[in-house]
Design a protein around this ligand. Structure first.
Ligand code: GLA
Length: 383
């Protein structure tokens, strides 16, 4: 990212000196659709980030510009409303949340740029929310804690983007740490950093370059199905407030007879929560092969039981399944498009990417993008 160029573009547009805030996209090693179920997740921030250049204004106006969309958006702090420009909503949603929580801040200019591929399931939207809250906090000395920055960003997504997301993406963008994954307990919000030691291997993302329109509505539906399962179990078992408190026996007894579909969805989540716990041990022991196995299992579950995969993602996982250089692979994030995450032996990466591109193009007549990602730190000021 060319910071000098970003500064120059900002000055050119707004005639002011900006601060620059960087907030990263994320990967998730394992633990999918577990965050909004009080379970565990294991994300890491990556070296692809959203950058915002921001300055205070002397009035109460919000002036935004997006480099990727080459679009402006203006409004006043007094009347923040949802816009028809998707990108602006992530920023406005954050400003709206801050207002609702009683934080006092004045107008600001914000110039948005970055290198997180959009719609690729790498949480560019969460990164933008987290960058925005960091910048407003910093410029106005609001003293917002890291956890609140993540929570405010998540709420902005619920209200202004209409996706009832869990906390994983925003948490990872704020709390990420270079060379580590973070294991977060989404029920207690306690977390531990786990060194991501991949000796001889790297994390490779294969981007399907598709985002099926189903993704947002299906996400919200899955969430309600999980809540339905919890409601049925809690009629009989005391103290059950999320799928974290539920086991297979309870699901068999209280959910399966009512709805096979809800049972399947809930059972995936219960199994996935267990896989994250196992993965933490395997990562700590350096047993990447075992971890990779669990990733394949996660994919199977997401595809067949949770039903949030798609032909493109399934194809890419299938493609590497019998490749000895690939220890594990699965679709990553909410689903219905975006990337697969793969643990690949260093010396086999180039060849794998070439092969995947050719086969993918042949099958879907689509370009495949590949990123060899590194971990990075969470939201920070760029000096
Ligand atoms: C999206 C959401 C997250 C999480 C994942 C699935 O990325 O924003 O909160 O639920 O899907 O694990």
């Amino acid at each position: 990212m060319d910071i000098e160029r970003l500064k120059a573009s900002f000055k050119n547009l707004f005639q002011a000196e900006p601060i620059i805030v960087k907030s990263p996209g994320r990967i998730n090693i394992i633990g999918e659709h577990t965050d909004y179920n009080g379970g565990f997740v294991m994300p890491a921030a990556i070296n692809k980030a959203i950058y915002v250049a921001v300055s205070k204004r002397t009035d109460n106006e919000i002036h935004l510009y997006s480099e990727s969309y080459q679009q402006f958006h203006h409004c006043s702090i007094e009347s923040i409303e949802k816009s028809d420009k998707g990108w602006a909503n992530y920023i406005l949603g954050v400003a709206d949340q801050l207002k609702k929580r009683g934080y006092k801040f004045g107008g600001f200019n914000l110039y948005l740029d970055g290198n997180v591929p959009l719609g690729a399931g790498l949480s560019s939207s969460a990164a933008l929310e987290c960058a925005t809250v960091f910048a407003i906090d910093y410029l106005n000395n609001l003293g917002i804690s890291q956890m609140d920055r993540a929570l405010i960003s998540q709420k902005a997504e619920h209200v202004f983007a209409g996706v009832n997301c869990g906390i994983m993406d925003q948490f990872a963008s704020v709390f990420g740490k270079k060379d580590y994954a973070v294991m977060l307990d989404c029920r207690s919000m306690k977390y531990v950093y786990i060194p991501l030691k991949l000796d001889g291997y790297k994390l490779v993302l294969l981007n399907t370059n598709v985002k099926h329109s189903l993704s947002d509505s299906a996400y919200n539906t899955r969430r309600s199905q999980c809540e339905q399962g919890v409601a049925w179990v809690s009629e009989f078992v005391a103290g059950v407030t999320s799928l974290r408190d539920v086991n297979r026996v309870m699901l068999e007894q209280y959910v399966k007879p009512k709805s096979l579909e809800v049972f399947q969805k809930c059972n995936f989540v219960v199994e996935e929560i267990e896989r994250v716990v196992k993965s933490a041990d395997q990562l700590a022991n350096g047993d990447l092969a075992a971890l990779g196995n669990l990733m394949f299992q996660t994919h199977e579950g997401l595809s067949k039981d949770y039903e949030v995969s798609c032909a493109e993602l399934d194809f890419l996982v299938e493609l590497v399944k019998n490749d000895n250089a690939v220890l594990g692979a699965r679709m990553m994030g909410g689903g219905f498009g975006g990337c697969t995450i793969n643990i690949v032996k260093d010396e086999a990466i180039d060849e794998l990417i070439v092969r995947a591109k050719i086969d993918y193009k042949k099958r879907f007549n689509l370009e495949l993008d590949a990123y060899v990602v590194q971990t990075d730190n969470g939201s920070e000021l760029v000096t």
